[in-house]
Ligand binder design. Structure first.
Ligand code: 13P
Length: 252
């Protein structure tokens, strides 16, 4: 039985003060609950502040991106080793906003996945199709290409330190979530791909989060699907009550 995992992706929101408050409210609300794993992923400048707030709690820290070198002359980039140093356990890679707004390719994401794992971070790898791709019945072909490209060169053992997040681009920030059936179908396809390429054990242990307009009122029906192992939450993770309600939906 896979334990569900809910992570908050704060994107480019919060200030140092609101980041601290939000993290503290999540810590308080979660208490000693052990039935679900919870992570929050603040912007880079607030990682250390939030790390302090999370100390001694069950909430773990993640970052939203990293570079694929551990150090060097790469102005403006942040290395996986630095993220480990400030207390991160996870890094989100391949988010659709980085793929589509910043031009990240599967090959580039793949280099970061290798570097992050080598530095000791666990990876939340995002994938998902655009509306045009879905309408052209290309969802599975797109997921297949993203999986092949971004997981290239990894062994089955590496999958134990990865979480996949299915985030259909048309559902992100739009209020139009995938239906539970659409999510289940994509998740089952992803798990099938992992089974085929990395074996049955890796596939059955793998956590696959759903992301895209998850809210307190739709979380439970999404999380009840057989292959949906929690969620990657954007907008709703900026409100502690909403985020905690989503976390509780993963327990039901
Ligand atoms: P929303 O929950 O705001 O749709 O964002 C989802 C997301 O992109 C999480 O990474």
């Amino acid at each position: 039985m896979r334990k569900k995992f809910v992570a908050g992706n704060w994107k480019m929101f919060t200030t140092s003060a609101t980041a601290r408050q939000l993290a503290a409210a999540v810590v308080r609300g979660l208490g000693d609950e052990q039935g679900v794993a919870v992570a929050i992923c603040p912007p880079f400048p607030y990682l250390s502040i939030v790390a302090e707030t999370l100390q001694g709690s069950r909430v773990v820290l993640g970052a939203q991106n990293c570079y694929h070198e551990q150090e060097g002359a790469f102005t403006g980039e942040v290395s996986p080793a630095m993220l480990v140093d400030v207390g991160c356990r996870y890094v989100i890679l391949g988010h659709s906003e980085r793929r589509h707004k910043l031009g990240e390719t599967d090959a580039f994401i793949n280099r970061k996945v290798h570097a992050a794992l080598a530095a000791g971070l666990d990876v939340i790898l995002c994938l998902g199709e655009t509306l045009e791709e879905r309408q052209a019945h290309r969802t599975e072909a797109v997921l297949e290409a993203q999986l092949m490209g971004s997981l290239a060169g990894l062994e089955a053992a590496a999958l134990r330190r990865m979480v996949l997040a299915y985030e259909p681009v048309w559902a992100i920030g739009t209020g139009q979530n995938a239906t539970p059936q659409q999510a289940q179908q994509a998740h089952a396809f992803i798990r099938g791909h992992i089974r085929q390429h990395f074996g049955a054990e890796a596939a059955s242990a793998l956590l696959i989060q759903y992301g895209g307009s998850v809210k307190p009122d739709n979380a439970a029906s999404l999380f009840h699907q057989a292959d949906v192992d929690g969620g990657l939450i954007g907008g709703a993770s900026l409100n502690a009550d909403h985020f905690l309600a989503i976390v509780r939906a993963a327990l039901a």
